[in-house]
Design a protein around this ligand. Structure first.
Ligand code: CP
Ligand code: NVA
Length: 301
């Protein structure tokens, strides 16, 4: 029997595998738009465990499985035994005897690793406090569709050194781009994740200097899920790190703007940036659907 592959981090796949998923995602998008059936996973079932809120991740996985001829189950701790303390290991053993793949969105990254250890079927990280790899598949697909391969390009991350930033660091390794990280002191990304990326990733404190030479500018909320109590303090610390028109004008002339959403207009990004011609955020959100369908095909076929 072939080894079960998981997608807990972009680093679980090699560069060629990631590249083929991103290209297949664009193909699936064309098929979907042409109304051509592409039911490559008939009868397969995805279990989705959500311990945090979600709009895009839930809908894209659920719609994606339906379009591939399978189905998806939404499981929340509120109405499963997970919420009453059934161990993650036991849940993994049981669920993976019933479904073909499991997606988990939770707090501690260690929880998805433990789940995968006890699972017979592929496990997908639908976001943890540490990483958000599914979003990066969509972002890489989006860049490619607008500007061609991202390899050799420069990306600037503006804002918190959070789960999305960590996944951008891992993406820089796998997709071979340079990454400038503009974050205030005290909000740096994890030092091990950063160090492992070598000199292709660097922290540039001044956001205006960091966007110079950028082909892509990316930001995210300053207050991630689970950090609600730090909201005031974070808003003060990140004040200089709002993506504005002035900032976009300092980047390369054809630079794109991305945001994984949900966005807080007037906080991490000025309201007009989201709908400006250089913003690709709506297509980026749509690509969650296509990219994850390609990921499901890769893991299940
Ligand atoms: N970007 C993203 O993961 O969105 P949701 O939290 O709505 O799933
Ligand atoms: N960094 C954000 C991403 C939301 C999709 C969070 O973890 O809440």
């Amino acid at each position: 029997m072939a080894e079960t592959r998981h997608f807990l981090s972009l680093l679980d796949l090699d560069a060629d595998e990631l590249d083929s998923i991103v290209q297949r995602a664009s193909e699936l998008k064309r098929l979907q738009r042409a109304g051509t059936s592409h039911a490559s996973l008939p009868g397969r079932v995805l279990g989705m465990v959500f311990e945090k809120s979600s709009t895009r991740t839930r809908v894209s996985f659920e719609a994606g499985m339906a379009q591939l001829g399978g189905s998806a189950l939404f499981l929340s701790p509120r109405d499963t035994q997970l919420g009453r303390g059934e161990p993650i290991e036991d849940t993994a053993r049981v669920l993976s005897r019933m479904v073909d793949c499991v997606m988990i969105r939770t707090f501690e990254h260690e929880k998805v690793e433990r789940f995968a250890e006890y699972s017979r079927v592929p496990v997908i990280n639908g976001l943890t406090d540490l990483l958000h790899p599914c979003q990066l598949l969509a972002d890489m697909q989006t860049f490619r569709e607008h500007r061609g391969p991202i390899s050799g390009r420069t990306v600037t991350w503006v804002g918190d050194g959070n789960n999305m930033c960590h996944s951008y660091i891992n993406a820089a390794r796998r997709f071979d781009f340079r990454l400038h990280i503009a974050c205030p002191e005290g909000f740096d990304p994890d030092s091990d994740i950063l160090a492992a990326a070598g000199d292709r990733c660097e922290i540039v404190r001044d956001p205006m200097a960091a966007v110079e030479g950028a082909d892509l500018v990316v930001t995210d909320t300053w207050v991630s899920m689970g950090q609600e109590e730090e909201k005031k303090q974070r808003q003060a610390a990140f004040e200089r790190y709002k993506v504005s028109r002035d900032m976009m004008d300092r980047a390369n002339p054809d630079a794109l703007f991305m945001h994984c959403l949900p966005a807080y207009r007037g906080m991490e990004v000025d309201a007009d940036i989201l709908d400006a011609p250089d913003s690709v955020v709506w297509g980026e959100a749509e690509n969650r659907l296509h990219a994850q369908k390609a990921l499901l095909e890769f893991l299940l076929n």
